[in-house]
Design a protein around this ligand. Sequence first.
Ligand SMILES: Cc1ncc(COP(=O)(O)O)c(C=O)c1O
Length: 419
Amino acid sequence: MSFVTKNGDFFVESVSIKQIAASVGTPFYVYSDAVLRKNYQLLSEALSDVNALICFAVKANSNLSVLKTFGSMGGGADVVSEGELRRALKAGISPEKIVFAGVGKAVSEIEFALMAGIYQFNVESLPELESINDVATRLGKEANISIRVNPDVDALSHSKISTGRKQDKFGVSIDFLDELIDFIKDSTYLRLKGISTHIGSQLTQLEPFSQAFQKIRILFEEIDQKHGIRLERLDLGGGIGIPYQEKLSFTMQDYAAVIQDVFKDLDVQFVFEPGRSLAGEAGVLVSEVLYVKKGAIRDFIIVDGAMNDLKRQALYDAYHHISVLTKNTGAEEQFDVVGPVCESSDVFGTSRSFVRPSPGDIVLIHDAGAYGATMSSYYNTRLLVPEVLVKGDQFSVIRPRPTYEEIFAREPLAQWLSE
Ligand SMILES: Cc1ncc(COP(=O)(O)O)c(C=O)c1O
């Protein structure tokens, strides 16, 4: 077991959370190396019957140590900016295992990616394709293209993380696909390698995957028949959910079975872009109780972590399991767990039952390893939350808390104010 509560303490592998808190100070993120590896292993084993390249979605957790951990297991990276691409390369991931998605790739980013020799651009529009063609022609370098298709499938997830419906900005509508393929066929430096799809995140049902993959399968055949191009690659995106509150209705094996079922006879390279399913359950946001405040409806547990450290609840009304480590005893009561930021959305959980804690007690916000630290900000001039990685009985600070001086040093005064 990688996370265990024992004798009033919480252990990440063999390391006490109280020990890390005493050394690093709260709030901080902590990740378990064993959980990261276990999740990667589970997916890779489930997909062992297909030729799979697992490209971790860097946006979920971009810490260099996390990227290096997946890289050491053979993983590649799915990036959406030059910054993420640079991170993946810095973590030692081969450019030949990096896919570049996103609707707004700047010319400078395309140039950087082409020079780096990435595996493929997941192209999301004709104008983007034209930009890649211009850069590739100027540099005299071939660009591998996979067209990201918008299959018009509802992921049945939160609307703000659904990406495959026709009203969404992502991917190319099936109706416009021929236009892009014709453009590629006429170009000297573009190579159509495959098609991609990613219909959203935190999918808790298999059916939308199945619908999207069947559409991809049909397109695969149509592109062969209409254009005489036998695609070599299919990128099936990410999206597998995690049990924040309720168990998922499917396992990674079930997901793999859908892929087998839809694509069984195809000899292609499959690419996967999982983020949340690899990193989400591996991380915990650790805070400390500052105050317990009387409320007109429920009392508030005010912790030192806040929405700037973990935005998911403010952005998506996301549920995260919360636990409190207290020596106090007594009956459980209902509390709202909130942070110090001056926004009413700075709430980690409402009506949660705990034994009344005391200031200084540790509060754990679980399943925070994905879309946690990567979305954190300096809002309210709160210092960016540190990240810690645990492996066995060791822990290492993999992103230290910055200092106020470092923040201010990045803000030179306007020259007329500094005289
Ligand atoms: C193109 C693309 N690929 C992969 C992912 C990762 O998704 P998830 O973390 O749900 O696996 C995302 C995130 O939404 C994405 O936009």
